[in-house]
Write a protein that binds this ligand. Sequence first.
Ligand SMILES: Cc1cc2nc3c(=O)[nH]c(=O)nc-3n(C[C@H](O)[C@H](O)[C@H](O)COP(=O)(O)O)c2cc1C
Length: 187
Amino acid sequence: MKVLIIISHPRTNSLTFSIAKHFQEGLLEKGHKVTVLDLYREEFDPVLKERDEPGWGNTVKTMATHIVENERKRLNRFDAYVFIFPIWWYGLPAILKGYIDRVFFFPAPSKIRADKVLWLGLAGDTEQEFTSSGHDNALKHQLINGISKKTGIMKPEVRFFFDTKNEDKKFDYEKTMDKAYKLGLSF
Ligand SMILES: Cc1cc2nc3c(=O)[nH]c(=O)nc-3n(C[C@H](O)[C@H](O)[C@H](O)COP(=O)(O)O)c2cc1C
């Protein structure tokens, strides 16, 4: 498969980037073709302005800005997308939220070509903190039903990496990178 990895983190030496690197190694080992889109280094502007607002069925509006049209063309060259991001306020970082806002609203009848997407989110919380407060189900629901399926991606999957701030001193770097590699290998 042709896979597009979309990374959203201000620092290239972050845990998010390390997980992306190991995940990518797994994908390559499996024989996939991989391209990385680094939203921060590309300086993607996440603010949706008038020109990119959808036309809501009044067909006057058929084209968005070149940036958005080019981004849609890029997306349609791939069979699957993998979003790798830190969880901020139990949701997506603004740059990724804005990417979805601006790029994912395909004017009917066209739709996103890929039907497979994996959301890989990193949480500072421990698994216990994250799940007992209901944030895992809330975020999964938003990513699977609120975004993926709404845009025609019928095989969405969500995985979390927990305890990244290592406040309980139990975070295992090697184990985490191995998990990322194996996720790539089984994609
Ligand atoms: C603005 C901001 C908001 C955050 N919100 C959350 C949150 O809602 N839940 C959580 O578990 N961690 C939260 N964190 C912690 C990040 O998820 C954590 O820093 C990240 O997973 C660590 O990976 P990194 O080194 O790649 O940034 C937040 C961090 C920042 C900077």
